[in-house]
Design a protein around this ligand. Sequence first.
Ligand SMILES: [Zn+2]
Length: 293
Amino acid sequence: MHAILELAKKRTVIFDGGMGTMLMAAGLKAGDCPETWNIGKPSVVTDIHRKYYEAGSDVVHTNTFGGNAIKLADKGLSDQMEKINVEAAKLAKEACPAGKFVAGDIGPTGKLIKPLGDLVLEEAEEGFYRQAQALIKGGVDLISIETMFSLEEALAALRAAKRLGDVLVIAALTFNRTKKGFYTIMGEGVQQTISAFEGAGADVIASNCSLGSRDMIDLTKELRAATRKPILIQPNAGKPVTQKGVTSYQQTPAEFAQDGKEIRNSGADMIGGCCGTNPEFIRALTEALGNWP
Ligand SMILES: [Zn+2]
């Protein structure tokens, strides 16, 4: 069994929080490609990983959310894909203490798959395959597919990662709360998602982003009722508030951590944070869950 699953049997596994906001605080400008910092400002990236480990994270995500070649092509960087991902994995491993883990982060292409958009499904899968390959080459311990808004695209990434053989893969979709329940913006529900993820070999079922920690409590209950697989939940720091074009999150680390306990009690095996969370949120979560040794 993968060491992370063994740990999850003993206690809640803590993931990291947001990367983008941390990079912004370090000077990344809106519109800049965060992944280029893996090469241009590596010590900033390593430092962020280190802060999360110090705050109690058992697992951090590589700075490769937009690191697939299709997404990088928007910035004219698709020829840098392998280097960006290999370096990102090395930076996270450099910060990783013994007994902790690095998850290779795979995010969406940002394009719609045909017939809704122009992206050919096989090309998306090939892009994810090559990214996952580079992350594994760089030394990640597992692959984490995040912030997918489309089940079809998430499955393409999952199939791609699974083609690389014996690698643990976390598959996450991003749900919204509607009057009828939790659905992706493409209209896919919880049951449909879990059946598809399990069928494609996901080792961990996950959800991140869009929902704040309150809503994630209820989503966790639904996921738990529908699967026996380990569950990873990474909520945003409450609901976003946009003022003068600037989006911020209003929740405090203490509120987030309190909800984190309920998320655990509702059946999550692994918990981290998404947009608006930082090492203070992870530290509060770690303390609330009684995870300090
Ligand atoms: Zn998010």
